[in-house]
Design a protein around this ligand. Structure first.
Ligand code: URA
Length: 185
């Protein structure tokens, strides 16, 4: 099985109603051999139009953080919990996550990252702990199927609340330090 095989199944997926309103499915982007994998929530308008994750305003901010600590999209892989845009960018529903999450698990198995970084509450609650609180627990390292996992603030949340930009930068510095120490790059 390859990432392309999974993407083909995502493209044909009709498991939940989000397939009725999507323009494109949004599978993932970046280095398929990356040691660092970022996991966001769900596509927004720009992602639905292009089929690529994190290409809107939140994506530009994510790129800025990567660049600021000396990383680029080519060093990492970026995907989402949900592969189709929820109407009006509402939060994905738990039943929609249940339908979709197996695709992310298959991506994780194939890419085999050493560190997963959850972008925001939805990914952290799904992958780390249903009671995860980003404000209290961001930047902490947890374990996920033998891999390191952590969460930081979602870039879209930072656009609404810039006060968390400084702690987010500290989290990205930590990501880079781990990558350097453990020869991820
Ligand atoms: N927000 C997300 O969580 N994912 C995207 O791909 C874009 C915005």
């Amino acid at each position: 099985m390859t990432l392309q095989d999974i993407d083909n199944r995502v493209k044909g997926c009709i498991a939940c109603d989000l397939c009725k309103t999507r323009t494109n499915t949004v599978f993932g982007t970046g280095n398929p051999n990356a040691s660092i994998m970022f996991v966001g929530e769900a596509p927004g308008r720009n992602e639905d139009e292009t089929g690529i994750p994190f290409v809107g305003a939140a994506g530009h901010l994510l790129d800025d953080y990567l660049t600021a600590v000396g990383l680029s999209r080519e060093d990492v892989y970026i995907a989402n919990i949900i592969k189709c845009r929820p109407p009006n960018n509402r939060d994905p529903r738990p039943d929609e996550e249940d339908c979709c999450i197996h695709f992310l698990h298959e991506q994780i198995d194939l890419i085999n990252p050493k560190l997963i970084v959850c972008l925001g509450r939805i990914a952290a609650k799904r992958l780390i702990d249903p009671n995860f609180q980003v404000t209290r627990q961001h930047g902490e390292i947890y374990s996920y199927q033998g891999r390191k996992i952590m969460a930081t603030f979602h870039p879209a949340a930072l656009l609404r609340n810039p006060a968390n930009k400084v702690p987010t930068f500290t989290d990205f510095e930590k990501i880079y330090e781990i990558a350097k120490q453990e020869n991820y790059l």
